[in-house]
Design a protein around this ligand. Structure first.
Ligand SMILES: NC(=O)c1ccc[n+]([C@@H]2O[C@H](COP(=O)([O-])OP(=O)(O)OC[C@H]3O[C@@H](n4cnc5c(N)ncnc54)[C@H](O)[C@@H]3O)[C@@H](O)[C@H]2O)c1
Length: 366
């Protein structure tokens, strides 16, 4: 079995990935890149890498001895860094979302086509244990055809938008909330086996931070409505400033024969499942959903899977990527699917900032 040499760029979020990749017996981490020399040196020491494997310059990093490049830098760098790595002959796993513009998404797709290398977007929430459990229920047709779904990802991270003491802005200040839609759309579209064909958007302005109205990351809330190829409707609510604690990622699916949802109190919650003809009525003979536990951790996962972030999701995500590379097939979240999870948010924001009307969402296909 081949040992895959992996290089990782962007070492804050990437720090976790060094551990997750290192937990896979088929992987050797051979290069690290970060523009921050201290971060780089710190991680190089923690993982006992020689100085020759540590790079502050991305171009030198992509020329290093690696098979796979994992990109976990701020999103504005994803497109140019992805394309440079593909053109250097590397297979790429990139943090989400893929890019900030439709044009950059198209350029990534073209680069994958031209180089023949593999690209997977690291949409880890698709790999939450409860999403994998729900997938089995949906695939068995127990909920019937899905006609509506919702997701809410409300996570107050103001300290990652601006430094309160110095007033310095960090990269997320320029990211409108709905651009970061993959944690919502990824799991829903995976469950529904569907694609978005049209989007509209609307936003609540800067009520909480009127002084930040030039910085779209501070929009109070952005709502995206999405129409799917199978004619279902999806509603997504996104905020990175709303004062809601605990933060939450919430999903619900409505089918003709039932529904499922998780709780809104954090990431490991109790939710509800109701299936026509299967869920028993309560003691009063009334229809009553079953309470289900929605955990991100697969209790049956191998021990090494539990060292990764976000439950066992990242271990399985990387395993799928490596399996696809070894089999010479496309990974589950291939470059086209990555754009399905990225582009609708870009279009919804465009709509929110103008007339709020529905707009077609471009689809990328092999
Ligand atoms: N999937 C998830 O659950 C999840 C969670 C957090 C972050 N993310 C994603 O991870 C990525 C990074 O987010 P973060 O929170 O670590 O950001 P961050 O700003 O905290 O850290 C970014 C790191 O990248 C380095 N860096 C910046 N520009 C660089 C460049 N051009 N080349 C090399 N290194 C560079 C910085 O020095 C820093 O160490 C983003 O794409 C974000 O969306 C995903």
């Amino acid at each position: 079995m081949k040992t895959w040499k992996v290089g990782i760029a962007g070492l804050r979020r990437g720090r976790g990935f060094v551990s997750v990749f290192a937990a896979h017996p088929r992987v050797q981490v051979t290069a690290l890149c970060d523009i921050n020399q201290d971060t780089l040196a710190d991680l190089g020491e923690a993982f006992e890498l020689p100085d020759s494997a540590l790079f502050t310059d991305y171009d030198e990093f992509v020329a290093a001895d690696t098979d796979i490049v994992m990109i976990a830098t701020p999103i504005r760098f994803h497109a140019p860094q992805t394309i440079a790595a593909l053109e250097a002959g590397k297979d790429v796993m990139c943090e989400q979302t893929a890019a900030y513009t439709v044009e950059d998404c198209a350029d990534i797709v073209d680069a994958v086509r031209c180089t023949g290398r593999t690209y997977m977007m690291a949409e880890n929430y698709c790999y939450f244990h409860y999403i994998r459990q729900w997938k089995q229920i949906v695939d068995q047709g127990k909920l019937g055809p899905i006609f509506h779904a919702e997701a809410e990802y409300v996570h107050e991270i103001e300290h990652l938008l601006i430094n309160d003491e110095t007033g310095e802005y960090y990269w997320r200040h320029e990211r409108p909330p709905i651009w970061y839609c993959a944690h919502c759309l990824g799991p829903l579209l995976t469950l529904m086996d569907d694609r978005i064909v049209a989007a509209s958007g609307s936003s609540a302005g800067f009520h909480k931070h009127p002084e930040q109205s030039d910085h779209l990351g501070f929009l109070d809330m952005e709502i995206g409505l999405f129409r799917t190829q199978k004619d279902a409707l999806i509603k997504i609510a996104r905020s990175q400033v709303a004062p809601r604690y605990p933060h939450m990622v919430y999903y619900s699916l409505y089918g003709t024969r039932g529904y499922v949802e998780n709780g809104r109190d954090g990431s490991n919650t109790n939710g509800y499942l109701w299936i026509e003809g299967e869920t028993p009525d309560d003691e009063r003979g009334q229809r009553q959903a079953e309470v289900i536990h929605c955990t991100t951790v697969d209790p049956d996962a191998p021990e090494e899977a539990k060292h990764g972030g976000h439950g066992t999701s990242e271990y399985y995500m990387i395993r799928d990527f490596l399996d696809a590379l070894e089999a010479g097939v496309q990974p589950p979240i291939d470059v086209m699917r990555s754009m399905d999870f990225t582009v609708p948010g870009i279009i919804a924001h465009e709509s929110a900032m103008s007339d709020g009307n529905w707009r077609d969402v471009p689809l990328f296909d092999w």
